[in-house]
Design a protein around this ligand. Sequence first.
Ligand SMILES: NC(=O)c1ccc[n+]([C@@H]2O[C@H](COP(=O)([O-])OP(=O)(O)OC[C@H]3O[C@@H](n4cnc5c(N)ncnc54)[C@H](OP(=O)(O)O)[C@@H]3O)[C@@H](O)[C@H]2O)c1
Length: 250
Amino acid sequence: MNRANSVKGKVVVVTGASSGIGEATANHLAELGGVVVLGARRVARLQQVASKIREAGGQAVVVETDVTKRQDSEKLLQTALERFGRVDVWVNNAGVMALAPMDRLKVDEWDRMIDVNIKGVLYGIAAALPQMRRQGAGHIINVASVAGLKIFSPIGTVYSATKFAVRALSEGLRAEAGPSLRVTLISPGAVTSELKDGSSDADTARFVSEFYRANEIPADAVARAIAYAIEQPADVDINEIVLRPTVQEF
Ligand SMILES: NC(=O)c1ccc[n+]([C@@H]2O[C@H](COP(=O)([O-])OP(=O)(O)OC[C@H]3O[C@@H](n4cnc5c(N)ncnc54)[C@H](OP(=O)(O)O)[C@@H]3O)[C@@H](O)[C@H]2O)c1
């Protein structure tokens, strides 16, 4: 008996799809036959991603989305429903990483990380969950980090705190979900993307740049992990995937 749960035909919302892991995930899922609904603030970048997917024969729709605004996540949902009638998978991927020792008091950046990395994920859940309950099926995938498993001290304490929160939200949601909703947490190590450029503190930015140069692997590694979670039979919930570059120690 073939119990596989193909990506083909699934309607997948991906936040933060304008670069890095979100873009790679959109491309990979579209290659596997998924219908992707792409959210981020940089619409021109989203359009480029969607154009390439369409040129390759896939289906993609773009929605300008700021995940820190609840109404934008709601608009992302409504667009998916208007175009495709349902949402099978919602990937809360959008995130920011502004690293610095706490003494530097980058309080605006703390706020930003809390808004995007925690509240953005919550607003995504608030949009997807009622619809998935109505459908009687669904899959919410949250992208955290290895910094959500270990505290990235001394520069990444607040970033880690936001990713620990994503892990707590994912496990709590999974425990509440019941048999019709799957919840997956993806925790990557260093991956090539624009994330590493998010630190305004010069010393930290230099360290981060060197760390990534020594460690990073392409973002499609994470895209394949996301596809693996989706492809499992409906009664199999891949709860957590941790993936690191082989060379990465942290
Ligand atoms: N790269 C890594 O080493 C790594 C490791 C572990 C975990 N992660 C996590 O992976 C996720 C994706 O990051 P990435 O590495 O692919 O970095 P990235 O290339 O910087 O991508 C981040 C994405 O988030 C979007 N975003 C940021 N603020 C947003 C907002 N307010 N509303 C909507 N979208 C927003 C960006 O789009 P716009 O700017 O167009 O809005 C962009 O598409 C993040 O959650 C990150 O924490 C990354």
